[in-house]
Design a protein around this ligand. Structure first.
Ligand code: ADP
Ligand code: MG
Length: 260
């Protein structure tokens, strides 16, 4: 996606595109006997939108979780903006704040209002005052189209609205990159588009994004690259156009024949 001229004033989205932001080098992981990530190498550049696609169980979520160290890895190195993932402590909290994460199941704090969901991180981790955090949160909630829900509890919102709150919550930390792991797969069909629209707008604004999704429409409209994973390996890495019209590997052809 090419950046648009007008980056929103509320974000710190950088205009420096193209340099490596997330670098994954020889990353290996087992769950017991299961070799879930096999020497994964990938680079996501600043401002890029990378779609990760692949059969269930291929290691996509594990890879996302490894990138903000919700999972440990057995071997290899992951760097975010040149900084190696720290093991723990304050440095890890800081790094996690640089990597926004949006999950399939929204994962909002159920006992906090929508507004509190979005202000909590900036107050705790970024040191914003309550007033600053609320002002910022309202701008972001407006941006994802749910500002009028700010006082409600998550359970009072539709799935699509909750997921848009989750995106606003991730953005509130001014992350350098955001990871979205199947953000629309738990949604009723009529709510998928409202979330995809928000994601497409983010991509247009120049946000660096790693998106696990099977939504081909999103990939074609927003992705710079598609990474196809199967059985813990990156099998293909190409443009969305190439991937969907002319997959090279048997595994990708098989996979596409099932989802398309
Ligand atoms: P995907 O997101 O591509 O569907 P996952 O990364 O969730 O794949 O899972 C990859 C494999 O690792 C699957 O076989 C899954 O069952 C297994 N797995 C995932 N998490 C765990 C865990 N915490 N412990 C053991 N096995 C796991
Ligand atoms: Mg998954």
């Amino acid at each position: 996606m090419e950046p648009t001229d007008s980056a929103p004033a509320t974000s710190n989205i950088t205009v420096l595109r193209g340099e490596p932001l997330v670098v994954i080098s020889d990353v290996d992981k087992h769950y017991g006997e299961l070799h879930v990530l096999k020497k994964i190498n990938a680079v996501v550049n600043r401002g890029e939108v990378v779609v990760v696609i692949g059969p269930s169980g291929s290691g996509k979520s594990t890879l996302c979780r490894a990138i903000n160290r919700l999972e440990t890895i057995d071997a290899g190195v992951i760097t975010i903006d040149g900084v190696k993932l720290p093991a723990e402590g304050k440095a890890l909290a800081k790094l996690r704040a640089d990597v926004g994460m949006v999950f399939q199941a929204f994962n909002l704090f159920a006992h906090k209002t929508v507004l509190e969901n979005v202000t909590l991180g900036p107050i705790k981790v970024r040191g914003l005052s309550k007033a600053e955090a609320e002002e910022k949160a309202m701008v972001l909630l407006e941006r994802v189209g749910v500002a009028n829900q700010a006082k409600k509890m998550p359970a009072q919102l539709s799935g699509g609205q909750q997921q848009r709150v989750a995106i606003a919550r991730a953005l509130a930390m001014d992350p350098k990159v955001i990871l979205l792991d199947e953000p629309t797969s738990a949604l009723d069909p009529e709510m998928i588009n409202e979330v995809l629209e928000v994601m497409i707008n983010l991509a247009n604004d120049g946000m660096t994004m790693i998106v696990v999704t099977h939504e081909m429409g999103f990939a074609r409209r927003a992705a710079d690259r598609v990474i196809f994973m199967a059985e813990g390996e990156i099998v293909e890495e190409t443009t969305p156009e190439q991937f969907f019209t002319n997959p090279q590997s048997t595994r990708a052809k098989d996979f596409l024949s099932k989802i398309l």
